[in-house]
Design a protein around this ligand. Structure first.
Ligand SMILES: [Zn+2]
Length: 272
């Protein structure tokens, strides 16, 4: 209950809680076609993070996903400017195989920046099991890296069947289901229970009331990761939804930072 939550009281009173240093596992950065983001630069995003008590953001710059001439260099610049607040996913664009090969070849030299990979199949219109993604999957599987994939219910590109197939084929990948197969909540919970390395990420999940409680009731408190798509959505909305859910403060700590801390430590990217 919210009324029993010391954590909720602390956030509602102070806007943040030192006892709960939030890790946002799903962000982006930079401008976006057709939408005005008032706070899209690294500096402005960190200002937002400070206001909301977000300790660390793991993100993938929009340029890494949509501007191959700039690519992942944009993420690297931001992380190196704010190494205590930011880490990045290496963006995988399946339409630029040569650039991807070069990025993967340089990955190990840039471990101070990159903790894993990011797929955006629904936007790139290439299914997860397409040959263009195979080098990225194999690379992540060999190293046991996190892969944050945008996933959506009903999609033939990154929906439940694609997710299940990837989880079976690449068991060492820490598979982070961005948006938790939005709308296909039952399948998301089933897959997260079936595969030890599958996690559910909560961006846009919290627009649907009751889903979080369903996930926690399914025994998945230890596999849920907080995320916001920053600068798309305000962290205070997501944090407020978690504080207002009918779950315990232990669950809230798991979701808001502990699960991410453990995951990042497991892959050698322990936050400072
Ligand atoms: Zn995203």
């Amino acid at each position: 209950m919210i009324s029993d939550s010391a954590l909720a009281e602390s956030f509602f009173r102070h806007g943040r809680s030192d006892a709960c240093p939030i890790i946002d596992m799903h962000g982006h950065m930079g401008r976006w076609k057709g939408i005005y983001f008032p706070r899209a630069s690294a500096e402005a995003m960190i200002h937002t993070m400070d206001q909301c008590g977000v300790r660390l953001l793991v993100f993938c710059h929009h340029a890494a996903l949509f501007c191959p001439d700039i690519g992942n260099a944009a993420s690297a610049r931001a992380v190196r400017k704010f190494p205590d607040r930011l880490r990045a996913y290496l963006g995988v664009n399946p339409h630029y195989g040569a650039a991807l090969a070069a990025d993967l070849a340089g990955f190990d030299d840039n471990r101070d920046v990159f903790v894993g990979l990011k797929l955006l199949a629904s936007y790139h219109q290439v299914p997860w099991d397409a040959p263009a993604y195979e080098p990225a999957w194999r690379f992540a599987d060999q190293r046991g890296l996190p892969v944050l994939g945008h996933t959506w219910g009903g999609s033939s590109l990154d929906g439940p069947e694609q997710v299940r197939r990837a989880a079976e084929k690449y068991p060492n990948v820490r598979l982070l289901l961005g948006h938790s197969l939005h709308g296909d909540w039952g399948e998301a919970a089933a897959i997260a229970r079936d595969f030890p390395n599958v996690y559910l990420e909560l961006t846009a999940v919290l627009d649907d009331r009751g889903v979080l409680e369903t996930f926690v009731a399914a025994g998945l408190s230890g596999k849920l990761l907080f995320g916001t798509d920053l600068p798309w959505f305000d962290p205070h909305h997501g944090i407020g939804a978690i504080l207002s859910a009918e779950i315990t403060d232990e669950d809230r700590h798991n979701i808001l930072h502990r699960n991410a801390e453990r995951l990042l430590a497991d892959v050698g990217a322990k936050p400072n």
